[in-house]
Design a protein around this ligand. Structure first.
Ligand code: SF4
Length: 913
């Protein structure tokens, strides 16, 4: 470790800019400061009135190192030793490869990042790399092995970026590179030993090096305690607005220690107060009056989220979730013409009941002629894509994959014809840079499969933190390190509670802790954190004339206290601070709202007397007339839920198929009971297999070989368990299976399909409906029955009816749930007189007459167009309905409660209809 020290001198900004105007290179500690100094330099020279202005040589430290590396490359002085400077991504991939085999249960990406950081720390702090020092624990021993392998890799002519300053040192020492006459450093809180070594070498080579810092400002600091982070961010935004209103030329800084974690809260607060119109739907992009130094992952920008999802089209099975951009993204060619059809295409694919699909299926549906979901443009793109995918190799080097991905997006029409905003243009450029970076991995990676390549690209897009440039802005939102060297008129430093300021130590796990503490590495001890944070606080609070330091008092259930480093500043109550009182956009909208009354109209009457929907018409009309109208007449249904495996409807269909086939073979109770168990099991197995094979083509992605055998085994056991209950019944004969009926109820003609009708010993009929869910016969009663299906079936029996029943076929819970003319027609069946809900009607004939009247009333109200928003039992009825945005029941309920005037017959809002 070097004993060399460089003195820090305080200067004003004019002195710094004067040095730049003399052509002296100014090296900054961060990009932000470079940008600020260049801008101030331009302003200063513009004010001079000169027409030709010099370009100042102001650049960040790392950019200067890379410039020197290019000089080395161009001169060819080290051509025999080094040919390639590794990017951080390339290094990361190498580290991942080295540690892969030794990794236990730890996550690879985090471990690789920590190891890479340990390597950097070792070099930046010039730690003695002696094997004996790294025998401290298992982690440090592993690190020693990995870094030894990494050193050997460097002998291939690859140079780690971390080692670049050391190499440049050698170049200056050996006279291979000329040392500059003078160099100025600014915006560094401290200089690392590796930097000091390089600077010492330069000085020995005749360079005059100066380390400068701007003179601190005599600031006025005030402390404010806020209720929580949201109040703190909103107050800061109002204060910032007020400062700008007082002086539009003011330079304002906002410094946030954990900017990455709280970025969204801050952006939201600033947008609400500074550019509230941004929340107005349909507004074009608004220029922001603030710059934020910390971006978000590139993958989180909608443009890139869509691209990453689209790339999954490379896979044989594409989840409909991943296909989302195809149907709903404006970034895909033809969206403007086909947006509605594409939404319907999504709905159609969900109706298949499978959570994933293939490109062939997508193309099949999209290209169907004259359907509501026909998408001609999309179909053409999919066709071109699938032709290309057939010849696209499934294994390739990263560079080839990067080109394939770009080509695939072009084929599918990503961004074709789409007008990019300035921000989106920058995002697209950043995406191209990531693809280029992926191409550069050819040096360090072997061939990859599709999944590996997609995973690599996804990880790179997630790790690329990106913030679009917004031009010059008077407000700068920064992290504490980016604020190095930048000065403001007003500054707010927020989030300073004692949990983060100072931050608890978090030493790197791969470097022995005593070694880290001995050399004073960042985050290695409480003392180090405290002294660095104290120095940062002092530097930041003296970088503006007026400074507010604040902290939130509460975070969830946790009570927070002010950081000990800001306690000494005088405090001010939140109300005492002079801030802008501009109303929030949300409040403006709310206060501008005016209620208007609309007449309550019914829907138009049904013109034809037949309707689709079967027994569901009665169920929905009883539950809520508006729901029946919206779903069955307007076709207003939500997109189907995606579910892995078979959904409930498909399982029900499969059970119905299996039962139909089994009773097609057995025919009667006598045959069932006569068959020995093993033969019955074989018979059921064969029928179940046939049922599964009949259904499977409708679910090609779901019915893998393994899934087919699991499903057969499950269903086989379920049917046998049910038949054991059927054996306990008195004799019967199955006379109808899955038979269709045309029925007229009141004026309404409908089609019904009855699962099964048995003839019992005395010739009467028993109607059976299979249910895989919970079946309850007590839901058949009242003027608005929850389950009117079997009461409806009771109206169709041409012969004497003995009863109606659900067959609840649930593993471990097989049961009949029904009502008979007398009890015991099937195990557990009660008579109408025995059932509490049916007793009041006096007997079976009266009960059927009641059902007839109830169902006719429901049919008539549906035909009349009665469509009141009138849930039978709010909120229970609405819990299983997805129409809330359409019927606005929640708003209605709030209004009703406010009025204290809830109508007895429910709520009716004609405007919905
Ligand atoms: S959410 Fe409730 S009120 Fe609205 S349509 Fe559905 S059931 Fe009716």
């Amino acid at each position: 470790m070097t004993d060399f020290r460089l003195d820090l001198c305080k200067v004003d900004e004019d002195t710094l800019l004067a040095l730049a105007s003399q052509g002296i290179s100014i090296l900054t500690g961060n990009r932000r400061l470079t940008h600020v100094l260049r801008h101030h330099f331009d302003q200063a020279t513009a004010n001079d009135g000169k027409t030709v202005r010099p370009t100042p040589d102001i650049l960040p430290w790392n950019s200067w190192l890379h410039r020197l590396w290019e000089e080395v490359l161009v001169s060819g002085i080290l051509a025999d030793e080094y040919g390639q400077l590794l990017t951080l991504q390339q290094e990361y991939v190498i580290w991942r490869g080295l540690i892969g085999a030794d990794l236990d249960f730890r996550p690879m990406s985090k471990t690789a990042s920590q190891v890479q950081e340990a390597w950097q720390l070792c070099h930046e702090w010039r730690l003695p790399l002696h094997e004996s020092l790294f025998q401290y624990n298992e982690d440090s021993r592993l690190f020693w092995q990995w870094q030894s392998s990494f050193q050997r890799i460097q002998q291939k002519g690859w140079l780690s970026t971390t080692c670049l300053p050391d190499l440049l040192c050698q170049c200056f020492e050996r006279g291979l590179l000329p040392a500059p006459d003078k160099l100025v450093l600014t915006g560094f809180d401290e200089l690392l030993p590796q930097q000091l070594t390089l600077l010492e070498t330069l000085i020995r080579a005749g360079c005059n090096v100066e380390w400068l810092q701007l003179q601190p400002k005599p600031s006025q600091v005030t402390q404010i305690a806020c209720a929580d982070r949201h109040q703190e961010a909103l107050l800061m935004a109002r204060w910032v607005r007020q400062k700008l209103a007082d002086n539009p030329q003011a330079q304002i800084g906002v410094v946030v220690p954990e900017l990455a974690a709280h970025r969204e809260i801050i952006v939201h607060a600033l947008d609400q107060i500074l550019i509230p119109q941004v929340f107005h739907p349909g507004q074009p992009d608004q220029a922001r009056s603030y710059n934020i130094s910390f971006g978000k992952p590139l993958s989180a920008f909608p443009l890139i989220t869509a691209a990453l999802k689209l790339l999954n089209l490379f896979k044989p099975a594409i989840s409909l979730q991943d296909g989302y951009p195809l149907f709903h993204s404006p970034f895909i060619a033809g969206w403007e013409q086909e947006s509605s059809a594409r939404t319907l295409l999504d709905a159609r694919l969900r109706e298949t009941g499978e959570p994933s699909t293939s490109i062939d299926t997508l193309h099949f549906y999209a290209s169907q002629p004259n359907r509501r979901y026909t998408c001609v443009v999309l179909a053409k793109k999919l066709d071109a894509l699938r032709s290309w995918l057939r010849i696209c190799p499934r294994k390739a080097h990263p560079g080839q994959w990067a080109r394939n991905f770009a080509h695939m997006l072009k084929l599918i029409g990503w961004l074709e014809g789409y007008r990019l905003s300035s921000e989106e243009y920058q995002v697209a450029e950043a995406w191209n840079a990531v693809l280029a970076e992926m191409a550069a991995l050819d040096w360090v990676m072997d061939t990859l499969s599709v999944s590996e390549a997609l995973s690599q690209l996804g990880q790179m897009a997630r790790e690329r933190i990106f913030q679009p440039q917004t031009g010059e802005a008077p407000i700068q939102v920064l992290g504490p390190l980016e604020a190095q060297g930048v000065q403001f008129d007003h500054l707010w430093m927020m989030g300073l509670h004692d949990g983060v300021w100072p931050h608890p130590p978090r030493p790197n796990p791969f470097i022995p802790l005593p070694l880290q503490r001995k050399h004073g590495l960042p985050h290695s001890s409480e003392q180090r954190e405290l002294s660095v944070t104290r120095m940062l606080t002092q530097r930041i609070v003296t970088s503006a004339d007026e400074v507010i330091v604040s902290y939130p008092r509460q975070e969830g259930d946790e009570t927070l206290r002010a950081s000990p480093l800001i306690k000494s500043y005088p405090s001010l109550a939140v109300d005492a601070l002079s801030v802008s009182s501009i109303a929030l956009w949300r409040d403006c909208v709310h206060h501008a709202a005016q209620l208007s009354e609309w007449p309550s109209d019914d829907a138009p009457p049904l013109l034809q007397i037949t309707a689709g929907g079967g027994s569901r018409i009665f169920k929905l009309q009883a539950a809520c007339p508006f729901r029946a109208f919206a779903e069955l007449r307007l076709g207003a249904t939500s997109l189907g839920e995606l579910q892995i495996g078979l959904n409930a409807m498909a399982r029900g269909t499969l059970l119905h198929l299996a039962m139909e086939k089994v009773w097609g073979k057995l025919d009667s109770h006598a045959q069932l009971t006569a068959l020995p168990d093993d033969q019955l099991s074989t018979l059921v197995l064969e029928q179940v297999e046939m049922a599964v094979d009949e259904l499977a083509p409708r679910y090609p992605q779901t019915f893998t070989r393994h899934f087919r055998s699991m499903e057969i085994e499950r269903l086989h056991g379920q049917v046998l368990e049910w038949l054991a209950l059927e054996k306990k019944r008195p004799p019967f004969r199955v006379i109808e299976k899955e038979r269709k009926y045309s029925v007229t109820v009141g004026k309404l003609g409908i089609q019904l399909k009855v699962d099964r009708i048995d003839e019992i010993a005395d010739g009467r009929r028993l109607i059976i409906d299979y249910k895989t869910g919970k079946a309850e016969s007590n839901r058949w009663f009242g003027n608005r029955p929850d389950e009117p299906q079997l009461p409806l079936y009771s109206l169709i029996a041409e012969e004497a009816l003995a009863g109606i029943t659900f067959a609840q076929i649930r593993a471990g819970n097989m049961a009949f749930q029904g009502i008979g003319v007398e009890e015991g027609i099937v195990p557990g069946m009660k008579s109408a007189e025995q059932l509490a809900q049916a007793r009041e009607f006096g007997g079976w004939p009266q009960l059927r007459a009641h059902w007839q009247a109830t169902l006719e009333a429901l049919a008539d109200s549906f035909c009349r167009g009665e469509a009141a928003v009138d849930p039978k039992q709010y909120p229970v009825t609405c819990a299983s309905c997805t129409l809330q945005p359409l019927c606005r029941i929640n708003e209605l309920t709030v209004l009703d409660e406010a009025d204290g005037d809830r109508a007895e017959g429910g709520m009716n809002l004609g405007t919905n209809v």
